[in-house]
Design a protein around this ligand. Structure first.
Ligand SMILES: Nc1ncnc2c1ncn2[C@@H]1O[C@H](COP(=O)(O)OP(=O)(O)O)[C@@H](O)[C@H]1O
Ligand SMILES: [Mg+2]
Length: 337
């Protein structure tokens, strides 16, 4: 499952596309972000200028890529999609930029993984729409400057802290944080997805899936699909609450949406490190997970639940985590005493 991997599994990717909202009305929640974007778009359209460069950040699966597509739809402009790690050489970026048409949107996902040399090429492109290319080597090398068409960069990242200050400052249109959704919003998203997928779902099942979906649309959609498989194999015409509970229990997703690895991480902090603080490096070694995966995939939701805290000395499991996992909590952890 994708949750064990920061990169999205193929199955999730095609599901993402099928269920991706096609207009603002279908994009549920994130009201402040939507309001601000609509104003930016309208103002730019009235001035007949491209929208200024935008940055979206927040945990995976909350709707960053969807927003980029919605904006392009609204502007009736083409969107060219790439990602930080896909742009390996200066030439890769140069070729992407020189192939843009006026008004295009360039979407760079995982922008925190853009190599620093390439980042520097991007600055003048963002600021003055110029591309400086060095031709030749040694004493005969010279720089030529190409003018780029007006375009909008939309970048997305799960790790805003890793972006350099100069890059962050170039998003003149704004930097927007996507938050976890409310249970109510997730329920609406599940109902919409069920309709599109032709699933006859009971309200109780909607609630059950919503509760366990980490307040994250992508997870909600994935769980919905797993529940549908379960109902189908059970030869049920509709997805009832009972079927949803059984399907999700079988997947070992607990009532708060924690999966095996979430529980393992907390259990390791509690049992091996007395509740913490424990450094990320040590935690990664003790759980056999990648540092980045712990930080990007598991921690945001554990912190959202108030089960985990990041402190200067390391990760700490809270009393709530002890309680949820059935450990007795003395309140004597080094952090809390
Ligand atoms: N606000 C929303 N309303 C409805 N569905 C959403 C919303 N945000 C995300 N989704 C669903 O979740 C999936 C993942 O969203 P995506 O934009 O790919 O997330 P991110 O790029 O932040 O990882 C989308 O395909 C879409 O089906
Ligand atoms: Mg995305």
């Amino acid at each position: 499952m994708a949750i064990t991997d920061p990169k999205i599994a193929q199955d999730d990717r095609s599901l993402d596309q099928t269920l991706r909202p096609k207009g603002w009305a279908e994009y549920i929640g994130q009201e402040m972000v939507k309001k601000n974007l609509k104003i930016l778009i309208q103002a730019a359209q009235e001035r007949n200028e491209p929208v200024e460069h935008l940055l979206f950040y927040g945990p995976a699966g909350l709707g960053k890529t969807t927003l980029a597509h919605l904006i392009s739809k609204e502007l009736r402009s083409q969107v060219k999609v790439t990602s930080g790690p896909a742009i390996e050489k200066v030439g890769d970026l140069a070729s992407i930029l020189t192939n843009l048409s006026p008004g295009d949107i360039l979407f760079i996902d995982e922008v925190h993984r853009l190599n620093k040399l390439i980042e520097e090429i991007l600055y003048p492109a963002l600021e003055s729409r110029s591309l400086d290319i060095i031709i030749g080597k040694g004493p005969s090398a010279r720089t030529i400057q190409l003018e780029l068409p007006p375009f909008t960069l939309i970048a997305a990242t799960t790790r805003i802290a890793l972006l350099s200050a100069p890059l962050r400052s170039r998003f003149s249109g704004g930097t927007f944080r996507l938050d976890f959704y409310s249970e109510n919003e997730i329920e609406k998203i599940i109902e919409r997805s069920a309709k599109i997928l032709g699933i006859n779902i009971e309200k109780g099942a909607v609630k059950e899936v919503a509760k366990r979906s980490r307040f994250t649309p992508r997870v909600a959609n994935r769980l919905l699909k797993r529940c549908r498989d379960f109902a189908q194999v059970e030869k049920s015409q509709s997805l009832t609450q009972d079927l949803a509970v059984r399907a999700l229990d079988l997947l070992e997703i607990d009532p708060l949406g924690l999966e095996g690895t979430d529980r393992m991480i907390l259990n390791v902090i509690i049992s091996k490190f007395g509740g913490g603080p424990v450094g990320l490096q040590t935690l990664a070694a003790a759980t056999s997970e990648e540092k980045e995966t712990i930080e990007e995939v598991y921690e945001p939701y554990l912190m959202q639940l108030g089960f985990l805290e990041r402190t200067p000395r390391g990760r700490v499991a809270t009393g709530r985590a002890y309680q949820h996992l059935g450990h007795s909590f003395s309140g004597q952890s080094a952090f809390l005493s």
